[in-house]
Write a protein that binds this ligand. Structure first.
Ligand code: HEM
Length: 388
């Protein structure tokens, strides 16, 4: 039977790595009928695409299943020079030093949610802890009112999903996007009237070279920041916790020496990242591995596969926290490399320090996991852990 690669197949959510290996070895530039796009899976090819935005453009959207009207208007879905100017408005708030003020609130949030599960032998890492801490952190950083916290979280989770049967966003996913866009719009209007010191106020009221940002640009970028902040971070924490449940020797090393947490996080981003695949569009006819990608064709950059490429990472299927994989693409690369990378790094360091202090020994309860159905992302919907 001819090889197929279907990013909507629940089997791919459960374990994409065998298919990635076939792609890398036998079909390094593969046309996926199911996705309706080319798939690049080798590290060198993915990196080359990431560093050549003129050929591999984000302006037609970077999500495998894009939301209507979003392409061209957000950071992730625009090209330089517009992209760089939008990015410059937020970047200074995302440096390590600028994020110092989140340390104490992050610790306090961990303490509060760890106390809630303190007397439970079994708890759900994603919904009882990781997701709650992420919401607290992002709400603090963006100075969002707490009254709709649960709805914001639920809609952020729905926004990253796709319907495996119809192979697109369902009415429910689109409704979540519209809910978040509405929420962002109200926020934008409110911050314009009463700007504060928070990250969003700075962005919303900014001008670039005397030119105001377009209302649509501001609204969609705020929508995306909330979604990316909440769902990417919480999804990744779920994957990190899963890796530590599956690799007790690594977990014990972190408990004994929490200074190793950053190294373990980088290895998790390489080994099992939540942001598996993003999209680009080829702007000129491009030959690669004997195939011709035509101008206008969509291309999937399979970060999750590039990070397991044996041509780049020796023994790639081994989770080794001493590896220090500096050049992984867990945060993407090039002009679109993750804007929230430092925030994610600072947050995970605190969250896992506090978590491992409170719960040093744990095992996974369910052998088979329910995965977030998504053509872009991969993370467990629920991760039940048992203490001891
Ligand atoms: C560990 C958690 C995270 C992971 C694994 C992750 C992953 C990624 C990846 C792979 C990209 C590249 C997308 C592409 O190539 O088109 C990206 C971009 C982006 N991420 Fe993250 N992300 C995380 C956390 C965050 C957080 C916490 C925020 C915001 C608060 C954020 C905001 C963004 C934005 C705005 C972009 C677009 C940047 C641009 O195009 O210039 N991310 N992220």
């Amino acid at each position: 039977m001819a090889f197929r690669f279907d990013p909507y197949d629940p089997k791919i959510d459960a374990d994409p790595f065998p298919a990635y290996k076939v792609l890398r070895d036998d079909h390094p530039c593969f046309w996926s009928e199911e996705a309706g796009m080319w798939v690049l899976s080798r590290y060198d090819d993915v990196l080359a695409a990431l560093t050549n935005w003129r050929t591999y453009s984000s302006s037609k959207g970077n999500l495998i299943d894009e939301f209507p009207g979003r392409a061209g208007s957000t950071l992730g879905s625009s090209d330089p020079p517009r992209h760089d100017r939008l990015r410059a408005l937020i970047q200074s708030a995302m440096t390590k030093r600028a994020l110092d003020h989140i340390l104490e609130p992050a610790r306090a949030s961990c303490a509060a949610h760890l106390a809630e599960i303190a007397d439970r032998d079994v708890f759900d890492f994603v919904n009882d802890f990781g997701s709650k801490v992420t919401v607290d952190l992002l709400f603090y950083l963006f100075a969002l009112p707490r009254d709709q916290a649960e709805q914001v979280r639920d809609n952020a989770v729905l926004m990253v999903q796709t319907d495996a049967k119809t192979r697109q966003k369902s009415a429910e996913h689109l409704a979540a996007f519209h809910w978040m866009a509405d929420y962002a719009e109200k926020l934008v209007q409110e911050r314009k009237r009463n700007p504060g010191e928070d990250l969003l106020s700075g962005f919303i009221t900014a001008e670039i070279d005397g030119e105001k940002l377009l209302d649509k640009e501001v609204q969609l970028t705020v929508t995306t920041l909330i979604m990316a902040g909440i769902e990417s971070l919480s999804g990744f924490m779920g994957m990190f916790a899963l890796n530590l449940a599956d690799h007790p020797e690594a977990r014990r090393a972190l408990v004994a020496d929490p200074a190793l947490i950053p190294d373990a996080m980088e290895e998790s981003l390489r080994f099992n990242t939540s942001a598996q695949r993003f999209k680009r569009t080829v702007m000129v006819d491009t030959e690669l591995h004997g195939q011709t990608m035509k101008a206008g064709d969509a291309v999937m950059l399979a970060y999750g596969s590039a990070n397991r490429d044996e041509r780049m990472f020796p023994n790639p299927d081994l989770y080794d926290i001493a590896r220090r994989p500096k050049r992984h693409v867990g945060f993407g690369g090039g002009v679109h490399s993750c804007l929230g990378a430092m925030l994610a790094r600072v947050a995970c360091q605190i969250v896992f320090q506090e978590f491992l202090k409170a719960v040093p020994e744990f095992t996974r309860v369910d052998e088979k996991l329910a995965w977030v159905p998504s053509s872009n992302f991969r993370s467990p919907q629920v991760l039940r852990l048992r203490r001891g």
